[in-house]
Design a protein around this ligand. Structure first.
Ligand code: ZN
Length: 499
C-alpha cells in the first residue's frame, strides 16, 4: 500500500519532517588470504577457483582467524576514534542463503572489536560529528548470479549460479549511531560521510575501497518524524548502495517517499528496500529481520580475540597521516583560506594541486591554474578535473615558463589549451604554436620605436618626466606583438629611449 502514496517534493518534505539517517558500510579488507582459511582473495578469478573445505563449509573443517584482518580492523577502529575491546568473540549469525555455504555467517554480535568512535565531515561550512556505534569483523558471502530475466534479480531468472570465491573474504562493518540534526542536508551529509570514510580507509591501506567492484558497500537507513516530535519515525534500510552519488539519491528518495506515506496517514513499514540506479528510487524488499531471528551464539570453533594493549598501541603509533589532518596541514602550508580550501576540495583538486606543487610550482600558481583555466576546460568538456588530459607536471612546467618570462599569462592559457587538446607537452605546444614571449631586444626595439613614432604626444610627456605615461606605449607594443612581448622588458626599453 505504502508504495501507492503520493511522493512529496523534497523541499516540502524537509520543511515539515526531520530526517534521521544511519549508515552501515561494509568494507572488504585487502588481506591476501581469506578470514578463516588460506584461500586467495584476488578479484576477478574464474568462479569457484579460490575455495577450500573451510570456506565451502564442508563438515569437519575448522576456521582459524586471520591476524592481518584483525590488525586492519583495529587500525580502522583507532582511526575512527573508537575504543578497542581487550577481549571479544566471534558469533554465529544463523540463516540460510544459497551463497552462504555453512548456513551461518561468522560475524560479531554483542562483542564487537571496536566501539564508540566518531568521524567528522564538513558540509557547507558546517561540521557534523558522525558517531560510530561499532566496527566489527565478519566474513563475506559468496555471490549469486541470476541468469535470464531483465533485472538480474532472482525473479524471472531462468537459473542461478553461485560463485564461492568471495565467501570468507574478511569484511568489516562500520555502523554509525543515528545521525540527527542534519535537516535538509541529510542526503549530502550521508554522501560526505561515505566519501570521508572511503578516503580514510584508503589512507589506512586496508582496502582498495572500489565501490564499483563491491569492496565498499553501503546500507542506508532513513526515517522521518514531524519537526519537533519527541520520537523518531520508523526506518527503512536501503541495501547495497554502490556509489557515492547513489547514497545521496537514496536518502533523498526515501525522504520524499516516506513524507508521502506519512502525509497519507499511513505508517512507514520497517523493511529493506532496493535502490534503482536508473531512476534513483527505491522499492520494497523484505520485511526487516530482528536480531533474535538470527539466533546468534558465540562461535565455538574459534578462540576469543584478546588484542594485547601493547600491540594496539603499536598499531596506533604506526597510523599514517589521516585525510583530515592532511587537509589541515596542506591548507596551512599553502596559506589558503577556508573558502579557498573548500573550493579546491569541491572540485576534487587537492591531490592535483599537491602533485603540481611537488613538481615545483608554487601553491598559488598550482591553485590558480587548476581552479581557473583547467576547471573551465573540464567543465566545458563535461569531465572531472582529474580526467583532463594534462598532468600536474605539465601544469608545473607552464608555471615555470611564466616565471622565467618565456610566457605571460595570456600565452600560458593558450599553451594549456593546446596540452588539453592533445597537441603535446607544454614545450611542444609553445614550439608548434610559436607562443614564446618576444623578449629579444632586436624584435622588441623595432616594436618600441614604432610605438614611439606613432604616439609623439605620449612620448613627449615621458620626456617631460611623466613616467606613468609609459603604460600606454607598453600597451601599444603588446598590441603590435599580439600579446607576445615581454611587457617588463618593453617598458625598460621605452624608458631608456625617452629619459
Ligand atoms: Zn578457503
Amino acid at each position: 500500500m505504502s508504495d501507492l502514496a503520493q511522493l512529496v517534493s523534497y523541499d516540502d518534505a524537509v520543511a515539515r519532517y526531520e530526517p534521521v539517517i544511519g549508515l552501515e558500510t561494509h568494507v572488504e579488507l585487502g588481506t591476501t588470504t581469506k578470514m578463516f582459511c588460506g584461500c586467495r582473495t584476488t578479484f576477478g578469478l574464474d568462479p569457484n577457483t579460490a575455495v577450500c573445505p573451510v570456506c565451502l563449509g564442508l563438515p569437519g573443517s575448522l576456521p582459524v582467524a586471520n591476524r592481518a584482518a584483525i590488525e586492519y580492523t583495529i587500525r580502522i577502529g583507532l582511526a575512527l576514534n573508537c575504543s578497542i575491546a581487550s577481549w571479544c568473540r566471534f558469533a554465529r549469525k544463523n540463516y540460510f542463503y544459497p551463497d552462504m555455504p555453512k548456513d551461518f555467517q561468522i560475524s560479531q554480535y554483542d562483542e564487537p572489536l571496536c566501539i564508540d568512535g566518531f568521524l567528522e565531515v564538513t558540509v557547507e561550512g558546517q561540521v557534523f560529528r558522525i558517531g560510530i556505534e561499532r566496527v566489527h569483523l565478519e566474513e563475506d558471502t559468496g555471490k549469486s548470479l541470476h541468469v535470464g530475466g531483465a533485472t538480474g534479480r532472482i525473479h524471472g531468472a531462468d537459473y542461478s549460479l553461485v560463485d564461492y570465491n568471495r565467501a570468507g573474504i574478511p569484511l568489516v562493518e562500520v555502523v554509525t549511531k543515528p545521525v540527527t540534526g542534519t535537516g535538509a542536508l541529510a542526503p549530502v551529509v550521508a554522501r560526505a560521510y561515505v566519501t570521508e570514510l572511503r578516503d580514510l580507509l584508503r589512507s589506512l591501506g586496508v582496502s582498495d575501497v572500489r565501490m564499483e567492484e563491491g569492496s565498499l558497500r553501503c546500507d542506508v537507513n532513513t526515517s522521518l518524524a514531524p519537526v519537533g516530535a519527541a520520537e523518531w519515525g520508523t526506518r527503512s534500510e536501503t541495501k547495497n548502495v554502490n556509489s557515492l552519488r547513489s547514497v545521496e539519491r537514496a536518502v533523498r528518495s526515501e525522504i520524499e517517499r516516506q513524507a508521502g506515506v506519512l502525509d497519507a496517514g499511513q505508517r512507514v513499514v520497517q523493511e529493506t528496500r532496493h535502490f534503482h540506479e536508473n531512476d534513483g528510487t527505491t522499492t520494497s524488499g523484505r520485511s526487516k529481520e530482528e536480531a533474535q531471528d538470527y539466533r546468534y551464539f558465540p562461535e565455538p570453533d574459534l578462540v576469543p580475540v584478546a588484542p594485547d594493549a601493547d600491540w594496539v598501541e603499536s598499531i596506533r603509533a604506526a597510523l599514517p597521516e589521516l585525510p583530515a589532518a592532511r587537509r589541515a596541514r596542506l591548507q596551512a602550508e599553502w596559506g589558503l583560506s577556508d573558502q579557498d580550501m573548500a573550493a579546491l576540495l569541491n572540485i576534487g583538486a587537492l591531490d592535483l594541486v599537491g602533485e603540481t606543487v611537488a613538481a615545483g610550482a608554487s601553491p598559488a600558481d598550482a591553485r590558480k591554474w587548476w581552479l581557473g583555466e583547467l576547471a573551465m576546460h573540464a567543465n566545458k568538456a563535461g569531465v572531472e578535473l582529474p580526467d583532463l588530459a594534462v598532468t600536474p607536471a605539465q601544469v608545473a612546467r607552464v608555471a615555470e615558463l611564466v616565471h622565467s618570462g618565456a610566457l605571460n599569462d595570456k600565452l600560458a592559457r593558450q599553451v594549456l589549451e593546446g596540452v588539453v587538446a592533445g597537441e603535446g607537452s607544454p614545450d611542444e605546444v609553445v614550439a608548434a604554436r610559436g607562443l614564446a614571449v618576444v623578449s629579444d631586444d632586436g624584435a622588441l626595439t623595432e616594436a618600441v620605436d614604432a610605438a614611439i613614432a606613432a604616439n609623439p604626444e605620449i612620448a613627449a610627456k615621458i620626456r617631460e618626466g611623466k613616467v606613468a605615461a609609459a603604460g600606454a606605449l607598453v600597451g601599444a607594443v603588446m598590441k603590435a606583438t599580439r600579446g607576445q612581448a615581454d611587457a617588463g622588458r618593453a617598458r625598460e626599453l621605452i624608458l631608456q629611449r625617452l629619459t
